[in-house]
Design a protein around this ligand. Structure first.
Ligand SMILES: [Zn+2]
Length: 393
């Protein structure tokens, strides 16, 4: 039988706008936060654990990844066009030397956990790449990804998949996309790469460009119907709904983003991948009220799997959005888009899933703004994921 425990670190960043010193997190034996209060107001009967030298935040949430391709030789992949990068990736995937999907998932999770990721959502295209069902960090939210440019609806593996993903507008037929939104949108999140680059736009607009040429060379279907915008395509297949999680969206104009936002479509931005491809600045900051969640994609198009690296890249690519809002994006927003109200900040009723930093690396920071500025700019901060008041703690 466990007991209540009050954790008292040097400082607690409850969310991007609330930082407290002399504050305690009271956590029940099932690791739920039941109170956040001043140390002076603590019931003396509650066991206190002083965590001197530590600064607590909620554990980050990455709302998009692929646990495949951990060992992809991304630096050798051509990035001149997206189609060329796809060809490099497909060529490498033929290699027998590479890690199995299970091994890649284990390595990816290990790196994510070491860098402080509490929950990661992943598109699974190779069976086994969802990872095992161990309770280790990060928790995995797996989407079974469909890459079906032609033909019929494939059979789905069941457990442990928790959602359905469409690879992208160009790589699933309109018929299958319609079926997926009809069947799953009522009670599930449907995740899809959307509005990622010009080659996707050209493919949808006119069936031309390097990506369309690649499809034709490989004997794959291109569209029978053309769409002036990826958002028009989404609308036409029934996906302009609040069940949709649109990933990337860095190529969409402000009016297209506004349309997604008005329809309740959630957006996930992958800053590390955006940087890997050296793409132009996205228009997110031009749409008031829009805050994307953050994702890391895979190591086939990113230098590392690290929530704080994504945070730094996001701030660097779009400095018009404040550090505090980017921290919200990595935590609160990530939990929101994955429908996880039990995560994303430290407050009554949330899990005590904490990322612990070393106070000494934050200098004299004493406000949420100062703490978030450091989180969004400092490279190599020491950090450790902890579940408060768990048996393993
Ligand atoms: Zn992706």
């Amino acid at each position: 039988m466990g007991t209540l425990c009050a954790y008292v670190p040097d400082g607690i960043l409850l969310n991007g706008f609330e930082f407290h010193q002399n504050c305690a997190l009271v956590v029940d034996p099932s690791s739920r936060v039941i109170d956040v209060c001043d140390v002076e107001k603590l019931d003396p009967a509650i066991v206190q654990q002083f965590c001197a030298g530590q600064l607590f935040t909620a554990a980050p949430v990455l709302a998009h990844a692929h646990l495949e391709s951990f060992d992809a030789p991304r630096d050798t992949f051509s990035r001149e066009s997206f189609a060329q990068w796809v060809e490099s990736l497909l060529e490498w995937r033929k290699s027998k030397e590479r890690l199995s999907p299970e091994e890649s998932a284990a390595e990816s999770r290990h790196q994510l956990a070491g860098n402080g990721c509490g929950l990661v959502a992943t598109h699974v295209s190779e069976p086994g790449a969802e990872g095992d069902v161990s309770p280790d960090f990060p928790e995995v939210f797996a989407f079974n990804e469909l890459f079906v440019p032609q033909g019929d609806f494939p059979d789905f593996p069941d457990f442990p998949y928790r959602g359905v993903a469409l690879h992208a507008p160009y790589s699933v037929s309109d018929k299958i996309a319609r079926q997926v939104f009809e069947k799953y949108a009522a009670d599930n999140i449907v995740s899809i790469h959307l509005g990622e680059h010009d080659e996707e736009r050209q493919f949808l607009e006119s069936g031309t460009g390097r990506l369309a040429q690649l499809f034709l060379r490989r004997g794959l279907n291109i569209k029978d119907t053309y769409y002036p915008s990826p958002v028009d395509w989404l609308d036409a297949v029934g996906g302009l709904t609040s069940s949709t999680l649109a990933v990337h969206c860095g190529n969409l104009r402000a009016d297209e983003l506004r349309r997604l936002d008005h329809a309740g479509v959630d957006i996930v931005f992958c800053p590390g991948t955006h940087k890997y491809f050296d793409r132009p600045q996205p228009a997110f900051a031009e749409v008031s009220g829009l805050l994307p969640a953050l994702g890391c994609d895979s190591l086939a198009s990113n230098q590392r799997l690290d929530p704080l690296y994504e945070l730094r890249c996001a701030r660097e690519i779009i400095p018009e959005i404040s550090s505090q809002m980017w921290w919200q994006s990595l935590t609160v927003r990530g939990a929101e888009v994955l429908r996880r109200p039990d995560l994303g900040s430290l407050a009554q009723g949330k899990w005590g899933r904490v990322l612990s930093f070393e106070t000494s690396e934050f200098g004299s920071a004493s406000s949420a703004e100062q703490v978030c500025d450091i989180l969004c700019s400092a490279d190599g901060l020491s950090r450790k994921l902890i579940t408060l008041n768990s048996t393993g703690d």
